[in-house]
Design a protein around this ligand. Structure first.
Ligand SMILES: [Zn+2]
Length: 206
């Protein structure tokens, strides 16, 4: 069973909050995921703090709210996981050169409308959407959904890629768009070792 601690061991390599949310499931590049850190509402809150979507004060308030309304928390988790499926479909399609499904996009629009309905415009350098007065159990997902729509509407779609070694998605912010791995310390290293071993084997059989 995953613990809240496992959530904070996830690597945030997506370069975008929505892609990091998709990356809460791990596994091989193709096929079904073999691990998921979002096993309960407390894990969703912990991930939100870890990924920068929630402040500690917001997390404390949400923990209290979810204890008072366990049914509501279960529903909020189910909705969050459905949104994650939609984001997975949309961004994985783009990463592989395909087109996202229209029903996933329609649900994402509804989620964004709901998110903005609970947001306010706060002044930073420019005005930004914030959710500091949103005291609903859906609060953790608001900035995730908004980040997804921002990436779709203002990002460079050809920078959205899937790791060559695992199912993680990332926004390739490298200058020459050459990033292939979620992380050089992880899948990148595995690939370098694989190539090294293969090259040695080739030399040995010559
Ligand atoms: Zn990887």
């Amino acid at each position: 069973m995953e613990t809240v601690e496992d959530v904070t061991r996830m690597r945030l390599v997506g370069g975008n909050l929505a892609l990091d949310f998709v990356n809460t499931r791990s596994g091989p590049p193709d096929g079904t995921p073999d691990d998921d850190v979002l096993t309960g509402y407390p894990e969703l809150i912990a991930w939100g703090v870890y990924a920068g979507a929630l402040t500690e004060a917001e997390a404390t308030a949400l923990r209290r709210l979810s204890r008072d309304d366990p049914g509501g928390a279960r529903h909020a988790l189910r909705r969050s996981l459905r949104t994650r499926d939609d984001l997975d479909d949309v961004f994985r399609a783009l990463a592989t050169g395909g087109s996202p499904g229209t029903s996933a996009l329609a649900r994402l629009r509804d989620d964004e409308a709901d998110a903005l309905g609970h947001a306010q415009l706060d002044r930073a350098d420019t005005f930004v959407w914030t959710w500091r007065d949103d005291h609903t159990l859906a609060r953790p997902l608001r900035p995730v959904v908004h980040a997804a729509v921002q990436l779709l509407t203002t990002g460079a779609l050809d920078r959205i890629k899937g790791c060559g070694g695992c199912r993680f998605l990332f926004n390739d912010e490298s200058k020459n768009r050459s990033r292939r791995w979620c992380s050089m310390d992880d899948c990148g290293t595995t690939e370098k070792i694989r190539r090294y071993v293969a090259a040695r084997r080739t030399r040995a059989t010559r």
